[in-house]
Each structure stands twice: as structure tokens, then as C-alpha cells.
Design a protein around this ligand. Structure first.
Ligand SMILES: [Zn+2]
Length: 220
């Protein structure tokens, strides 16, 4: 445990060739998934998708498989995205287990990556301990694109993220956007802007030695 803590405290070097950024796309699958995958592919970029279990209709399952085949990472974002159910009624762990199983069944490999709706801030200590016992890896974010505030204006999302990136020298940026038409439209410019700042875009897999959560827990 000591060893792990030390590793997590050491920030991932963001100088020289190790400069890595993660683009995370939440709240799908939606009708935009396959187009977003195509847009990423066109830029030769990969991202991390956090899917809501209740959004996984049959027609989107092929898209989820495609995401993995293309080298993207996929994770669970609860069944309901309902803060009352997840945090007041204690359903966070059961919902993550259910979503993870659903995704594992679709992609044919164990999916242990999770993202808490509204952030891990809302988790009880008990839920954090259970998440770790379940071997979940939880990823929060450190750049919120605020894409919902720029509805219909994808270039504003790009400009906003681009400015935020200037503050990242010691830790990898983990950028939060949502699976929308605006994100689809923003992707070409967004990917170019991230790379122009010297970052390499990579998907975040659950065995990454870089941990990022609002609980500052090196084992979560
Ligand atoms: Zn969400």
C-alpha cells in the first residue's frame, strides 16, 4: 500500500515526451456515438467513453463494440445518473456493478473503469471502500469543458479547453465533455488544439498508474 501511495503522489511528468492528455466523453451512448467514433478515427485520436447503463439500447451496442475495437477505453457511469438514487439511497455501487457487467457482456472483457455522476465528491467513505474492494478504478476530471453552457457553439468549447490547458504543467489534463452534437462538431478542432499544446491524446485504461479522483485516494 505504501508503495502504491508513493507512486500515485508522484505526478505524471508532463514535460518532454511524456505529456499526455485524456479526453473523456460522458453520458452516452447516444445517436452521436458512431459519428463521434468516426470523427476521432479521422483525427487518429482515441478517447474514453463513460456510458450510462439505461442509455444502452440495442441499437447502440455495435457502437460500444466499435469504440473498443478502435482502441478507445469505455467505462461505467451508473445505470440512472440520478444523484438521489446514487448518493442518498445508496445505489452507487449496485448501479456501477450492473453497468460494468452490462458493458463487459457487450465488449467481451471485464470493464472496471468507472466515473461517478457529478464527481466522486458525493461518495461516502463506505462507497469508496466498496469501490476499491470491487477493484473499480474511478476517474474524475480536472478540466470541465462546461460544454452545456456553450450549447450550439462547439468552437467555444474548443477555445475554453484550449485556455484551460495552459495551466497544466505537472499533471495530465483529464478533459470532460459530453456525448452531444456539439462535441461531435468540436472534435476536429479540439483534438488539434490539444496536440498543438504539446499533448499526446490517449485513452485512459483502468491499469493506468495515473490516478485522478476528487477524494485524493491513491488506491481508488
Ligand atoms: Zn454524467
Amino acid at each position: 500500500m505504501k508503495k502504491k501511495e508513493a507512486a500515485a503522489e508522484k505526478p505524471k511528468p508532463v514535460d518532454g515526451k511524456q505529456k499526455i492528455a485524456y479526453l473523456t466523453i460522458d453520458d452516452g451512448p447516444t445517436q452521436y456515438l458512431s459519428k463521434i467514433l468516426a470523427a476521432l478515427k479521422k483525427e487518429n485520436a482515441r478517447a474514453t467513453f463513460f456510458f450510462i447503463g439505461n442509455n444502452i439500447k440495442n441499437e447502440y451496442k455495435a457502437g460500444i463494440k466499435q469504440a473498443v475495437q478502435d482502441g478507445n477505453s469505455v467505462g461505467a457511469h451508473s445505470m440512472t445518473h440520478d444523484s438521489k438514487k446514487l448518493y442518498k439511497q445508496g445505489q452507487f455501487i449496485p448501479e456501477m456493478e450492473q453497468t460494468s457487467e452490462l458493458l463487459s457482456g457487450i465488449v467481451g472483457k471485464k470493464i472496471g473503469l468507472i466515473r461517478a455522476p457529478y464527481g466522486s465528491t458525493y461518495l461516502s467513505n463506505e462507497q469508496v471502500q466498496k469501490a476499491k474492494a470491487d477493484k473499480f478504478r474511478l476517474l474524475d476530471w480536472n478540466i470541465d469543458s462546461n460544454d452545456w453552457k456553450h450549447k450550439g457553439k462547439p468552437q467555444e468549447i474548443v477555445d475554453f479547453v484550449n485556455r484551460e490547458l495552459d495551466g497544466f504543467h505537472k499533471i495530465s489534463p483529464v478533459i470532460l465533455v459530453h456525448e452531444t452534437k456539439d462535441t461531435l462538431d468540436a472534435i476536429p478542432a479540439l483534438v488539434k488544439a490539444i496536440r498543438a499544446k504539446g499533448f499526446q491524446l490517449e485513452p485512459y485504461f483502468e491499469d493506468n498508474d495515473f490516478h485522478l479522483n476528487f477524494k485524493k485516494d491513491p488506491d481508488l
